[in-house]
Ligand binder design. Structure first.
Ligand SMILES: [Zn+2]
Length: 137
């Protein structure tokens, strides 16, 4: 029997391009636009169609390996999930930096509210959008 870390999402086998996408979105704390990820992959010599890239990122998100946010225009952005992330982020709308924050009472409220509607196994994702200290000064 091998020891496992409960916080680590189950690791599926990935193709080389899926691993390249994962490494790229993990290279920064910022959430990256899918077109930017595609351009960076191209600079590395990996050509991936935008539809394949969206499919890959959605797959990695289902596996718990990446997180997503929607930007001001409604476009989805991704970054690598960190073990122990609460699922709640403070996102800067200027530089796209995202800092995880504690859900605190919000999670209790969400689970209680969902339970009242007969929902179980609830996962909470919250995004607080604003301008970070660096961008504001
Ligand atoms: Zn900022």
């Amino acid at each position: 029997m091998t020891a496992t870390n409960e916080q680590t999402p189950r690791r599926a086998r990935h193709t080389r391009h899926q691993e390249a996408v994962l490494a790229l979105v993990g290279s920064s704390d910022a959430f990256r636009a899918v077109r930017d990820v595609q351009a960076m992959l191209r600079e590395q010599g990996t050509e991936v169609s935008i539809s394949t890239l969206y499919r890959t990122l959605r797959l990695l998100e289902r596996e718990g390996l990446v997180d997503s946010v929607h930007d001001e225009a409604g476009a989805v952005r991704y970054r690598r999930a960190a073990p122990g992330d609460s699922g709640c982020f403070l996102v800067c709308r200027v530089c796209d930096r995202a800092d995880p924050v504690d859900l605190g009472e919000v999670e209790e409220w969400a689970v209680r509210t969902a339970g009242a509607e007969q929902f179980a196994d609830v996962v909470v994702h919250a995004r607080l959008r604003g301008v970070c200290g660096r961008c504001a000064s």
